[in-house]
Design a protein around this ligand. Sequence first.
Ligand SMILES: Cc1cc2nc3c(=O)[nH]c(=O)nc-3n(C[C@H](O)[C@H](O)[C@H](O)COP(=O)(O)OP(=O)(O)OC[C@H]3O[C@@H](n4cnc5c(N)ncnc54)[C@H](O)[C@@H]3O)c2cc1C
Length: 340
Amino acid sequence: MADETQVDVVVVGGGAAGLSAALTLVRARRSVVVIDALEPRNGPAAGVHGWLTRDGMPPTALVAAGAREVEQYGGRIVYTRAESARRTPNGFVVDTDRGSFRGRRLLVASGLVDELPTITGVRERWGRDVVHCPYCHGWEIRDRPIGVLGSVHHALLFRQWSTQVTLLRHSSPPPSTEQSEQLAARGIAVVDGVVSALEIVDDRLAGARLDSGRLVPIAALAIAPRLVTRDTLLLGLGVETAEHASGIHVAADIGGRTSVPGVWVAGNVADIAAGVVQAAASGVTAGAAINADLIEEDTRQAVDRWRAGGFSADAERATSQRVPAARRHGLDSLLPMPPS
Ligand SMILES: Cc1cc2nc3c(=O)[nH]c(=O)nc-3n(C[C@H](O)[C@H](O)[C@H](O)COP(=O)(O)OP(=O)(O)OC[C@H]3O[C@@H](n4cnc5c(N)ncnc54)[C@H](O)[C@@H]3O)c2cc1C
């Protein structure tokens, strides 16, 4: 029986990026284990927006559907947290409380964490009426009174969705003369003072309470969290990270190849600005790039065997028999595997 803990690729993170990579790889007849802690970044939101044909689908439903598709082709999803990863002579080992998984390649698609401002109520309303991305939530809060925390750029952006935008300066410096003119010209009010808490009435945001006690009525608050990649495993493997204007991301080439051979990244861990579609696309790209990398290795090894005179139809057949049935070249049907 095949060793299910030894696979071609271990994927850490089963969001849009990791699952898209896994789907690409299993369809390329690679054995894949996806380890996922089931905390997609957009989990607090009611729906995923901007995904053509899936607009408004709940984030958890999206990843559940993606996981089923991966499993249909024989991919395995293990719902737990990857605690650590280390290099071995033949690849990598990823440790979890459900055992260790060994892969010839490692793809980390662990996403990022939005570091929220420490204002009472922000965490509870995050993804509902406290938002960050107008393309994700702008339509849902259109024409409502929107407070924007500390960012002139964000205030001008959200003005596209509502005429009732207030810039809450909070701890940011006063706008420059040019910015003040822009804000005035767009009808955006500026309120001085630190926001200390959000006022919630009937499970809806009703206002921002300032340190002075003043209540600014708003129905939505736009914030710009600091974006911090979930990169603990990668740093442990020596992968380089880079500073970005609004956070930290992992340095990688366009296909997701990092500075450490055999380690790949996709989604928000590599591109903090990526939405769901971009994260999925980068997963597909990384999946194809990893497959190409494995093909190079397979070919190199085959040539070595060939040169050593080890090639024979019998030897190839024996190798084929060691590969799980659904992935044997030319021997399986084209139908997907039933769910395992
Ligand atoms: C509130 C909110 C709403 C959003 N709405 C939209 C929207 O409408 N449209 C849009 O395009 N984008 C939206 N986004 C952005 C969207 O969430 C990201 O683009 C997308 O989630 C990135 O996908 P990903 O696969 O890179 O990461 P994620 O979706 O975050 O997936 C990463 C996965 O890795 C897992 N993981 C992390 N570390 C480990 C570990 N050590 N072991 C195992 N598993 C691990 C996590 O649990 C998670 O399941 C929103 C973001 C937020 C915060």
